[in-house]
Design a protein around this ligand. Sequence first.
Ligand SMILES: [Zn+2]
Length: 179
Amino acid sequence: MTYGEPVRTTARPRSPASTSSATTDRAVLGAAHGAVPGGVTVFDDEIPAVTNLDPDLLRALRRAATDAAADGVVFFVNGGWRSPQYQERLLHEAVAKYGSREGAARWVATPDTSAHVSGDAVDVGHAAAKAWLSAHGARYGLCQIYRNEPWHYELRPEAVDHGCPPMYPDPTHDPRMRR
Ligand SMILES: [Zn+2]
């Protein structure tokens, strides 16, 4: 993963509320930092958000997605690996949106604690993929971790034999977030 390279993808404005400076930052922190263009699936071989995921997590995702395809379900990736800078940017935006760092912490981790920055988490879409993983993910070691984030999955290899561990209500209950 390299950080200084020119970024090829252009940012898409996310909402009418985003300021011009935020749009500029988003353009700088593009795909090379983990931004995900629309329509990316777990089989993508070029987008760093996917290719920089932990290899075991990516393997499990692709095995599950291959089986899900038989049910007509596609695993889209809305978020995967992120650079620390990009995670910081998302946190910044969440603080603006939720009004405080405490409010933002229920949804967005810091660069130091985020499982996205370490490549150990993926945010899947659309609804059909979330439903499929909710029903069958444990068989592949793929577990929802937070009750408030039905799209966020991480690898828990022991889930294959024992099922997924109980979910945290939200990330503020996760001991990993209290470093
Ligand atoms: Zn996530």
